[in-house]
Design a protein around this ligand. Sequence first.
Ligand code: ZN
Length: 228
Amino acid sequence: MSTALVLFSGGQDSTACLAWALQRFDHVETVGFDYGQRHAAELAARPRIRTAMASDKLGADHVLALDVLKQIGGTALTDRRVIEMGANGLPNTFVPGRNILFLAAAAALAYRRGIADLVGGMCETDYSGYPDCRERTIRAVETALDLGMDMKFCVHTPLMHLDKAATWRLAEALGGQALIDLIVAETVTCYEGDRTHRHDWGYGCGACPACALRAEGYAKYAGRVGAP
Ligand code: ZN
């Protein structure tokens, strides 16, 4: 029986990855990370999305605390500070080492559970420039995990070379309008965790960089780029 562990945050990308994994593997487990995010909207969305996507294949959920990221702080995702560009060309929403820690923790959990396939929503196409989302980083971490645990892991990143519009199209291909409706209604992308302002692409403040990317991708997907 093939089994995968999906890094599932409750966002749009990891929800598409969960649907992707459920089509390809016999059994799928999920892991989320509580790292002291400044809002709990994503973590709160996870069980609702899992319930909506429940099937014979969907197995256990795991939530691991990685609050070392909050302890280190200094980012707009872990501290109350205004989102802005830093001198290094990265927005201050960049959490250094986050995906490396996530993958190491997920692989350690997978090792204990005898799972070799990890699935993550990292993407280097239209993204915020985070260096730990790049294919080269993920492949290097994969090699480190193989060596460090003496086990052959495969880190699947089905969204790596898709833009946000293509990610919406992938979701439609995987789960039809029902999955699109679920992503719009339940997934959280907004850096502010805004669940009060509803747009055609879902809930969000509409102003933060994450909302801007999601809105732009949805408009392109829905064929309304440039429309009034
Ligand atoms: Zn927002």
